[in-house]
Design a protein around this ligand. Structure first.
Ligand SMILES: Cc1cc2nc3c(=O)[nH]c(=O)nc-3n(C[C@H](O)[C@H](O)[C@H](O)COP(=O)(O)OP(=O)(O)OC[C@H]3O[C@@H](n4cnc5c(N)ncnc54)[C@H](O)[C@@H]3O)c2cc1C
Length: 396
Protein backbone atom coordinates (compact mmCIF):
# COMPACT_ATOMS: atom_id res chain seq x y z
CA UNK A 1 0.00 0.00 0.00
CA UNK A 2 1.28 3.45 -0.92
CA UNK A 3 0.47 6.57 1.04
CA UNK A 4 1.38 10.22 0.66
CA UNK A 5 2.63 11.59 3.98
CA UNK A 6 4.85 14.62 4.66
CA UNK A 7 5.65 15.18 0.99
CA UNK A 8 6.82 11.57 0.60
CA UNK A 9 5.36 8.40 -0.88
CA UNK A 10 5.54 5.73 1.83
CA UNK A 11 5.06 2.00 1.35
CA UNK A 12 3.43 -0.49 3.73
CA UNK A 13 4.21 -4.11 2.79
CA UNK A 14 1.65 -5.45 5.28
CA UNK A 15 -1.18 -3.90 3.31
CA UNK A 16 0.22 -4.47 -0.19
CA UNK A 17 -2.07 -6.55 -2.43
CA UNK A 18 0.71 -7.19 -4.94
CA UNK A 19 -1.16 -5.85 -7.97
CA UNK A 20 1.81 -3.94 -9.44
CA UNK A 21 -0.22 -0.99 -10.78
CA UNK A 22 2.05 1.55 -9.02
CA UNK A 23 5.02 0.75 -11.23
CA UNK A 24 2.94 0.71 -14.41
CA UNK A 25 1.49 4.17 -13.98
CA UNK A 26 4.48 6.04 -12.53
CA UNK A 27 5.47 8.65 -15.16
CA UNK A 28 9.03 8.93 -13.78
CA UNK A 29 9.88 5.23 -13.27
CA UNK A 30 10.41 5.99 -9.61
CA UNK A 31 9.04 2.61 -8.51
CA UNK A 32 10.80 -0.72 -8.58
CA UNK A 33 10.17 -4.12 -7.04
CA UNK A 34 12.34 -6.35 -4.87
CA UNK A 35 11.47 -10.06 -5.05
CA UNK A 36 11.37 -11.68 -1.60
CA UNK A 37 12.14 -15.27 -0.65
CA UNK A 38 8.39 -15.80 -0.11
CA UNK A 39 7.68 -14.88 -3.74
CA UNK A 40 5.99 -11.55 -3.02
CA UNK A 41 7.47 -8.21 -4.06
CA UNK A 42 8.40 -5.25 -1.94
CA UNK A 43 7.79 -1.89 -3.57
CA UNK A 44 10.75 0.49 -3.52
CA UNK A 45 9.97 4.18 -4.09
CA UNK A 46 12.78 6.46 -5.21
CA UNK A 47 11.63 9.66 -3.57
CA UNK A 48 14.34 11.61 -5.46
CA UNK A 49 12.88 10.66 -8.84
CA UNK A 50 9.28 10.98 -7.61
CA UNK A 51 7.42 14.15 -8.65
CA UNK A 52 4.62 13.65 -6.07
CA UNK A 53 1.92 13.33 -8.75
CA UNK A 54 0.30 10.70 -6.46
CA UNK A 55 -0.91 8.61 -9.37
CA UNK A 56 0.42 5.53 -7.58
CA UNK A 57 -1.38 6.41 -4.36
CA UNK A 58 -4.63 7.11 -6.22
CA UNK A 59 -4.47 3.81 -8.12
CA UNK A 60 -3.45 1.65 -5.16
CA UNK A 61 -6.47 -0.64 -4.59
CA UNK A 62 -6.04 -0.53 -0.81
CA UNK A 63 -6.77 3.21 -0.84
CA UNK A 64 -10.11 2.68 -2.55
CA UNK A 65 -12.24 2.40 0.52
CA UNK A 66 -14.37 -0.71 0.78
CA UNK A 67 -17.41 -0.28 2.96
CA UNK A 68 -19.30 -3.57 2.61
CA UNK A 69 -22.54 -1.71 3.30
CA UNK A 70 -25.48 -4.00 2.48
CA UNK A 71 -22.93 -6.34 0.87
CA UNK A 72 -25.00 -9.48 1.34
CA UNK A 73 -28.46 -7.98 0.84
CA UNK A 74 -28.79 -8.65 -2.87
CA UNK A 75 -27.42 -12.19 -3.09
CA UNK A 76 -30.91 -13.71 -3.03
CA UNK A 77 -31.85 -11.61 -6.08
CA UNK A 78 -28.79 -12.33 -8.20
CA UNK A 79 -28.73 -14.82 -11.07
CA UNK A 80 -26.62 -17.96 -10.78
CA UNK A 81 -25.38 -20.54 -13.26
CA UNK A 82 -23.17 -23.55 -13.38
CA UNK A 83 -21.26 -23.12 -16.62
CA UNK A 84 -18.63 -24.89 -18.64
CA UNK A 85 -16.96 -24.93 -22.05
CA UNK A 86 -18.78 -27.19 -24.51
CA UNK A 87 -15.47 -28.89 -25.37
CA UNK A 88 -14.68 -31.61 -22.80
CA UNK A 89 -10.91 -31.19 -23.12
CA UNK A 90 -11.00 -27.45 -22.42
CA UNK A 91 -13.42 -28.03 -19.56
CA UNK A 92 -11.30 -30.78 -18.00
CA UNK A 93 -8.02 -28.85 -18.21
CA UNK A 94 -9.32 -25.52 -16.89
CA UNK A 95 -9.45 -24.38 -13.28
CA UNK A 96 -13.15 -25.10 -12.77
CA UNK A 97 -15.24 -25.35 -15.98
CA UNK A 98 -13.22 -23.03 -18.21
CA UNK A 99 -15.84 -20.25 -18.30
CA UNK A 100 -13.27 -17.52 -17.82
CA UNK A 101 -11.01 -18.62 -20.67
CA UNK A 102 -14.06 -19.13 -22.90
CA UNK A 103 -15.35 -15.60 -22.28
CA UNK A 104 -11.93 -14.20 -23.19
CA UNK A 105 -11.23 -16.31 -26.27
CA UNK A 106 -14.69 -16.72 -27.76
CA UNK A 107 -15.49 -13.09 -26.88
CA UNK A 108 -12.57 -11.98 -29.06
CA UNK A 109 -13.20 -14.57 -31.80
CA UNK A 110 -16.83 -13.54 -32.19
CA UNK A 111 -16.00 -9.82 -32.11
CA UNK A 112 -18.28 -9.31 -29.07
CA UNK A 113 -15.35 -7.67 -27.32
CA UNK A 114 -12.39 -6.08 -29.05
CA UNK A 115 -9.90 -6.06 -26.21
CA UNK A 116 -9.14 -8.09 -23.07
CA UNK A 117 -6.65 -7.46 -20.29
CA UNK A 118 -5.84 -10.65 -18.39
CA UNK A 119 -2.84 -12.93 -17.79
CA UNK A 120 -0.64 -14.91 -20.15
CA UNK A 121 1.64 -17.79 -19.18
CA UNK A 122 5.37 -17.02 -19.03
CA UNK A 123 8.40 -19.22 -18.49
CA UNK A 124 9.80 -17.61 -15.37
CA UNK A 125 8.50 -16.99 -11.87
CA UNK A 126 5.69 -16.11 -11.23
CA UNK A 127 4.92 -17.91 -14.54
CA UNK A 128 2.34 -15.34 -15.64
CA UNK A 129 2.08 -11.64 -16.42
CA UNK A 130 -0.56 -9.19 -17.54
CA UNK A 131 -1.35 -9.16 -21.26
CA UNK A 132 -3.63 -7.20 -23.56
CA UNK A 133 -5.32 -9.29 -26.26
CA UNK A 134 -7.18 -8.11 -29.37
CA UNK A 135 -8.66 -9.84 -32.42
CA UNK A 136 -5.19 -9.64 -34.02
CA UNK A 137 -3.71 -11.36 -31.00
CA UNK A 138 -6.24 -13.94 -29.80
CA UNK A 139 -4.77 -16.38 -27.27
CA UNK A 140 -5.22 -20.11 -27.47
CA UNK A 141 -6.69 -21.95 -24.49
CA UNK A 142 -3.23 -23.20 -23.55
CA UNK A 143 -1.79 -19.64 -23.50
CA UNK A 144 -3.97 -18.61 -20.55
CA UNK A 145 -3.03 -19.92 -17.11
CA UNK A 146 -5.35 -21.75 -14.79
CA UNK A 147 -5.84 -20.10 -11.39
CA UNK A 148 -2.42 -19.16 -10.09
CA UNK A 149 -2.50 -19.03 -6.33
CA UNK A 150 0.97 -17.65 -5.66
CA UNK A 151 0.84 -13.90 -6.14
CA UNK A 152 1.11 -12.51 -9.65
CA UNK A 153 1.50 -8.77 -10.18
CA UNK A 154 -1.22 -8.80 -12.81
CA UNK A 155 -1.41 -5.04 -13.43
CA UNK A 156 2.21 -4.29 -14.40
CA UNK A 157 1.50 -4.33 -18.15
CA UNK A 158 -1.62 -2.20 -18.06
CA UNK A 159 0.02 0.30 -20.46
CA UNK A 160 -0.41 -2.30 -23.21
CA UNK A 161 -4.17 -1.64 -23.23
CA UNK A 162 -5.03 0.13 -26.48
CA UNK A 163 -8.12 2.18 -27.15
CA UNK A 164 -11.07 -0.10 -27.94
CA UNK A 165 -14.83 -0.11 -28.08
CA UNK A 166 -15.72 -2.95 -25.70
CA UNK A 167 -12.95 -3.89 -23.30
CA UNK A 168 -13.01 -6.79 -20.86
CA UNK A 169 -10.79 -6.87 -17.78
CA UNK A 170 -10.32 -10.06 -15.81
CA UNK A 171 -8.90 -10.29 -12.31
CA UNK A 172 -9.39 -10.62 -8.60
CA UNK A 173 -11.27 -7.81 -6.91
CA UNK A 174 -8.11 -5.86 -5.95
CA UNK A 175 -6.80 -6.12 -9.50
CA UNK A 176 -10.11 -4.88 -10.94
CA UNK A 177 -10.01 -1.95 -8.54
CA UNK A 178 -6.47 -1.13 -9.57
CA UNK A 179 -7.23 -1.42 -13.29
CA UNK A 180 -10.54 0.42 -13.37
CA UNK A 181 -9.45 4.00 -13.97
CA UNK A 182 -6.99 3.33 -16.77
CA UNK A 183 -9.26 0.72 -18.41
CA UNK A 184 -12.26 3.07 -18.37
CA UNK A 185 -10.24 5.79 -20.03
CA UNK A 186 -9.37 3.50 -22.94
CA UNK A 187 -12.76 2.14 -23.99
CA UNK A 188 -16.39 3.01 -24.62
CA UNK A 189 -17.72 0.08 -22.61
CA UNK A 190 -15.99 -1.84 -19.84
CA UNK A 191 -16.88 -5.41 -18.81
CA UNK A 192 -15.43 -6.68 -15.54
CA UNK A 193 -14.98 -10.38 -14.82
CA UNK A 194 -14.06 -11.04 -11.21
CA UNK A 195 -12.18 -14.16 -10.18
CA UNK A 196 -13.59 -14.88 -6.72
CA UNK A 197 -10.73 -14.63 -4.25
CA UNK A 198 -10.47 -14.89 -0.49
CA UNK A 199 -6.67 -14.91 -0.51
CA UNK A 200 -3.66 -15.00 -2.78
CA UNK A 201 -0.78 -17.04 -1.47
CA UNK A 202 2.89 -16.43 -0.91
CA UNK A 203 5.35 -18.89 -2.40
CA UNK A 204 5.66 -20.49 1.05
CA UNK A 205 2.25 -22.02 0.42
CA UNK A 206 3.51 -23.59 -2.82
CA UNK A 207 6.66 -24.72 -0.96
CA UNK A 208 4.38 -26.47 1.51
CA UNK A 209 2.41 -28.12 -1.30
CA UNK A 210 5.69 -29.20 -2.89
CA UNK A 211 6.83 -30.72 0.40
CA UNK A 212 3.73 -32.82 0.90
CA UNK A 213 4.03 -34.03 -2.68
CA UNK A 214 7.70 -34.91 -2.13
CA UNK A 215 9.17 -32.15 -4.32
CA UNK A 216 11.23 -29.06 -3.55
CA UNK A 217 11.20 -25.49 -4.80
CA UNK A 218 14.76 -24.22 -5.02
CA UNK A 219 15.86 -20.71 -4.13
CA UNK A 220 16.19 -19.82 -7.83
CA UNK A 221 12.37 -20.24 -8.03
CA UNK A 222 12.68 -22.39 -11.13
CA UNK A 223 9.96 -24.97 -10.91
CA UNK A 224 6.99 -26.28 -12.82
CA UNK A 225 3.66 -25.61 -11.16
CA UNK A 226 0.23 -26.52 -12.36
CA UNK A 227 -2.65 -25.59 -10.13
CA UNK A 228 -5.96 -27.20 -11.03
CA UNK A 229 -7.07 -28.89 -14.24
CA UNK A 230 -7.51 -32.61 -15.00
CA UNK A 231 -11.10 -32.78 -13.81
CA UNK A 232 -12.68 -30.96 -10.88
CA UNK A 233 -11.34 -29.80 -8.51
CA UNK A 234 -8.36 -31.31 -10.26
CA UNK A 235 -4.78 -31.51 -9.11
CA UNK A 236 -1.76 -29.57 -8.04
CA UNK A 237 1.39 -30.62 -9.88
CA UNK A 238 4.82 -29.41 -8.89
CA UNK A 239 7.76 -30.49 -11.00
CA UNK A 240 7.04 -34.17 -11.62
CA UNK A 241 4.60 -35.02 -8.86
CA UNK A 242 0.95 -34.28 -8.28
CA UNK A 243 -1.77 -34.65 -5.68
CA UNK A 244 -5.55 -34.15 -5.81
CA UNK A 245 -6.30 -30.47 -5.12
CA UNK A 246 -8.91 -31.11 -2.42
CA UNK A 247 -6.30 -33.00 -0.38
CA UNK A 248 -3.36 -30.68 -1.00
CA UNK A 249 -5.09 -27.35 -0.47
CA UNK A 250 -7.03 -28.10 2.72
CA UNK A 251 -4.52 -26.73 5.22
CA UNK A 252 -3.13 -23.65 3.40
CA UNK A 253 -6.53 -22.46 2.14
CA UNK A 254 -8.90 -23.72 4.84
CA UNK A 255 -6.71 -22.27 7.59
CA UNK A 256 -5.55 -19.20 5.70
CA UNK A 257 -1.85 -19.92 6.03
CA UNK A 258 0.76 -18.09 3.93
CA UNK A 259 -1.76 -15.49 2.77
CA UNK A 260 -0.43 -12.39 0.97
CA UNK A 261 -0.54 -9.76 3.76
CA UNK A 262 -2.63 -7.27 1.74
CA UNK A 263 -5.40 -9.85 1.31
CA UNK A 264 -6.20 -9.44 5.00
CA UNK A 265 -7.37 -5.91 4.34
CA UNK A 266 -9.73 -6.89 1.52
CA UNK A 267 -13.20 -8.29 2.22
CA UNK A 268 -14.53 -7.93 -1.30
CA UNK A 269 -14.07 -11.49 -2.55
CA UNK A 270 -16.89 -11.08 -5.10
CA UNK A 271 -15.63 -7.82 -6.57
CA UNK A 272 -18.93 -6.11 -5.75
CA UNK A 273 -17.11 -2.98 -4.57
CA UNK A 274 -15.13 -3.15 -7.81
CA UNK A 275 -18.41 -3.14 -9.79
CA UNK A 276 -17.82 -6.57 -11.30
CA UNK A 277 -20.39 -7.74 -13.85
CA UNK A 278 -19.94 -11.42 -13.02
CA UNK A 279 -17.93 -13.44 -10.50
CA UNK A 280 -16.49 -16.87 -11.23
CA UNK A 281 -15.76 -19.45 -8.57
CA UNK A 282 -15.74 -23.13 -7.67
CA UNK A 283 -18.94 -25.01 -6.92
CA UNK A 284 -17.57 -26.29 -3.58
CA UNK A 285 -19.97 -28.46 -1.56
CA UNK A 286 -22.73 -28.44 -4.21
CA UNK A 287 -20.74 -30.54 -6.72
CA UNK A 288 -18.97 -33.84 -6.27
CA UNK A 289 -15.47 -34.43 -7.60
CA UNK A 290 -15.83 -35.20 -11.30
CA UNK A 291 -13.97 -35.84 -14.55
CA UNK A 292 -14.83 -32.53 -16.20
CA UNK A 293 -15.71 -29.55 -14.01
CA UNK A 294 -18.00 -26.55 -13.80
CA UNK A 295 -17.65 -22.91 -12.88
CA UNK A 296 -20.13 -21.33 -10.50
CA UNK A 297 -21.18 -17.98 -11.98
CA UNK A 298 -22.75 -15.15 -9.99
CA UNK A 299 -24.26 -12.48 -12.22
CA UNK A 300 -24.35 -8.97 -10.78
CA UNK A 301 -25.48 -6.88 -13.75
CA UNK A 302 -27.56 -7.04 -16.94
CA UNK A 303 -24.33 -6.53 -18.86
CA UNK A 304 -22.93 -9.64 -17.18
CA UNK A 305 -26.00 -11.66 -18.12
CA UNK A 306 -25.84 -10.49 -21.72
CA UNK A 307 -22.22 -11.44 -22.20
CA UNK A 308 -22.87 -14.94 -20.85
CA UNK A 309 -25.76 -15.44 -23.23
CA UNK A 310 -24.11 -13.83 -26.27
CA UNK A 311 -20.77 -15.61 -26.17
CA UNK A 312 -20.82 -19.07 -27.71
CA UNK A 313 -19.33 -22.33 -26.46
CA UNK A 314 -20.48 -21.86 -22.86
CA UNK A 315 -23.08 -24.32 -21.60
CA UNK A 316 -25.16 -22.75 -18.83
CA UNK A 317 -27.40 -24.41 -16.24
CA UNK A 318 -29.49 -21.85 -14.36
CA UNK A 319 -29.54 -22.40 -10.58
CA UNK A 320 -31.56 -20.86 -7.79
CA UNK A 321 -30.03 -19.07 -4.80
CA UNK A 322 -31.10 -21.96 -2.56
CA UNK A 323 -29.24 -24.45 -4.76
CA UNK A 324 -25.96 -22.54 -4.84
CA UNK A 325 -25.97 -20.95 -1.39
CA UNK A 326 -23.75 -23.62 0.26
CA UNK A 327 -21.04 -22.89 -2.33
CA UNK A 328 -21.11 -19.12 -2.02
CA UNK A 329 -18.96 -18.97 1.15
CA UNK A 330 -20.97 -15.98 2.34
CA UNK A 331 -20.34 -16.65 6.01
CA UNK A 332 -16.64 -16.89 5.38
CA UNK A 333 -16.56 -13.66 3.39
CA UNK A 334 -18.57 -12.01 6.19
CA UNK A 335 -15.98 -13.18 8.76
CA UNK A 336 -13.19 -11.88 6.57
CA UNK A 337 -14.88 -8.49 6.33
CA UNK A 338 -15.29 -8.31 10.12
CA UNK A 339 -11.52 -8.64 10.58
CA UNK A 340 -10.55 -6.04 7.96
CA UNK A 341 -10.53 -3.12 10.47
CA UNK A 342 -8.28 -5.20 12.77
CA UNK A 343 -5.76 -5.83 10.00
CA UNK A 344 -6.00 -2.22 8.82
CA UNK A 345 -5.04 -1.13 12.34
CA UNK A 346 -8.31 0.76 12.75
CA UNK A 347 -10.35 1.06 15.89
CA UNK A 348 -12.44 -2.05 16.55
CA UNK A 349 -14.40 -3.71 19.33
CA UNK A 350 -13.09 -6.27 21.84
CA UNK A 351 -14.60 -9.24 20.02
CA UNK A 352 -12.90 -8.30 16.75
CA UNK A 353 -9.57 -7.74 18.48
CA UNK A 354 -9.89 -11.13 20.19
CA UNK A 355 -10.75 -12.86 16.90
CA UNK A 356 -7.95 -11.08 15.03
CA UNK A 357 -5.34 -12.03 17.60
CA UNK A 358 -6.62 -15.63 17.67
CA UNK A 359 -6.37 -15.74 13.88
CA UNK A 360 -2.75 -14.57 13.95
CA UNK A 361 -1.82 -17.06 16.68
CA UNK A 362 -3.48 -19.93 14.82
CA UNK A 363 -1.75 -19.10 11.55
CA UNK A 364 1.63 -18.83 13.31
CA UNK A 365 1.20 -22.11 15.13
CA UNK A 366 -0.03 -24.14 12.19
CA UNK A 367 2.46 -22.75 9.69
CA UNK A 368 5.26 -23.37 12.18
CA UNK A 369 4.18 -27.01 12.60
CA UNK A 370 3.78 -27.48 8.85
CA UNK A 371 7.16 -25.91 8.09
CA UNK A 372 9.27 -27.42 10.85
CA UNK A 373 8.12 -31.03 10.74
CA UNK A 374 9.54 -33.21 8.00
CA UNK A 375 7.17 -34.41 5.30
CA UNK A 376 4.26 -36.16 7.05
CA UNK A 377 1.57 -38.46 5.64
CA UNK A 378 -1.33 -36.50 4.15
CA UNK A 379 -3.58 -37.87 6.91
CA UNK A 380 -1.58 -35.82 9.44
CA UNK A 381 -2.46 -32.55 7.69
CA UNK A 382 -6.08 -33.57 7.36
CA UNK A 383 -6.25 -34.17 11.11
CA UNK A 384 -4.56 -30.79 11.69
CA UNK A 385 -7.39 -29.22 9.70
CA UNK A 386 -9.94 -30.73 12.06
CA UNK A 387 -8.61 -28.69 15.01
CA UNK A 388 -11.03 -25.91 16.02
CA UNK A 389 -10.79 -22.72 13.99
CA UNK A 390 -10.29 -19.97 16.60
CA UNK A 391 -11.46 -17.11 14.38
CA UNK A 392 -14.67 -18.87 13.41
CA UNK A 393 -15.44 -19.88 16.99
CA UNK A 394 -15.19 -16.28 18.19
CA UNK A 395 -17.01 -14.65 15.28
CA UNK A 396 -19.58 -17.50 14.89
C1 LIG B 1 -5.77 -16.32 -6.08
C2 LIG B 1 -7.08 -17.01 -6.32
C3 LIG B 1 -7.86 -17.42 -5.22
C4 LIG B 1 -9.09 -18.07 -5.44
N1 LIG B 1 -9.85 -18.46 -4.36
C5 LIG B 1 -11.02 -19.09 -4.55
C6 LIG B 1 -11.81 -19.53 -3.44
O1 LIG B 1 -11.42 -19.35 -2.28
N2 LIG B 1 -13.01 -20.14 -3.68
C7 LIG B 1 -13.46 -20.34 -4.95
O2 LIG B 1 -14.56 -20.89 -5.11
N3 LIG B 1 -12.75 -19.96 -6.03
C8 LIG B 1 -11.54 -19.33 -5.86
N4 LIG B 1 -10.80 -18.93 -6.94
C9 LIG B 1 -11.39 -19.04 -8.30
C10 LIG B 1 -11.20 -20.41 -8.97
O3 LIG B 1 -9.92 -20.91 -8.70
C11 LIG B 1 -11.36 -20.29 -10.51
O4 LIG B 1 -10.49 -19.29 -10.98
C12 LIG B 1 -12.75 -19.90 -10.92
O5 LIG B 1 -13.65 -20.88 -10.51
C13 LIG B 1 -12.85 -19.75 -12.48
O6 LIG B 1 -12.65 -20.98 -13.05
P1 LIG B 1 -12.66 -21.16 -14.64
O7 LIG B 1 -12.44 -22.59 -14.96
O8 LIG B 1 -13.85 -20.47 -15.22
O9 LIG B 1 -11.32 -20.35 -15.03
P2 LIG B 1 -10.36 -20.64 -16.26
O10 LIG B 1 -11.17 -20.73 -17.51
O11 LIG B 1 -9.42 -21.73 -15.92
O12 LIG B 1 -9.55 -19.26 -16.36
C14 LIG B 1 -8.73 -18.82 -15.32
C15 LIG B 1 -8.55 -17.32 -15.53
O13 LIG B 1 -8.03 -16.75 -14.35
C16 LIG B 1 -6.92 -15.91 -14.66
N5 LIG B 1 -6.03 -15.97 -13.51
C17 LIG B 1 -5.39 -17.06 -13.02
N6 LIG B 1 -4.70 -16.74 -11.92
C18 LIG B 1 -4.90 -15.44 -11.71
C19 LIG B 1 -4.45 -14.53 -10.73
N7 LIG B 1 -3.64 -14.91 -9.73
N8 LIG B 1 -4.83 -13.25 -10.82
C20 LIG B 1 -5.62 -12.83 -11.83
N9 LIG B 1 -6.11 -13.64 -12.79
C21 LIG B 1 -5.76 -14.93 -12.71
C22 LIG B 1 -6.32 -16.52 -15.93
O14 LIG B 1 -5.64 -15.54 -16.67
C23 LIG B 1 -7.57 -17.02 -16.65
O15 LIG B 1 -8.10 -15.99 -17.45
C24 LIG B 1 -9.55 -18.31 -6.77
C25 LIG B 1 -8.73 -17.93 -7.85
C26 LIG B 1 -7.53 -17.27 -7.63
C27 LIG B 1 -6.68 -16.85 -8.84
Amino acid sequence: MLKYIDNKILYDYNKCQQCGICDAICPKHAISFELQHNGTHKVIVDNDKCIRCKRCVNSCPVNKCEEYKNYFDSFKDKKYFLGYNSNDKVRRESSSGGVCKTLIIEGLRSGYIDGVYTLKKTDKYPYAEGEFYTKENIPDYCDLPNSIYHSVMACTNVNRIERCNRLMIVGTSCQLRALEKIAKSRCNELIKICIFCKQQKTLDSTRFLAKIIGEKINNDKKFYAQYRGTGWPGIVKINNSSLPWHRAAQLPFGRRLWTVPGCDVCGDSYGIESNADITLMDPWIIRERNELGETLITVHTEKGLKILKDIHNIVLEAKSYIEVEPALSLKDVWRKQRLVPFFRGEECGDKIIKAGKAELRQRKLLSCIAKKLPRMPILFYRILCKAPDFRNKILK
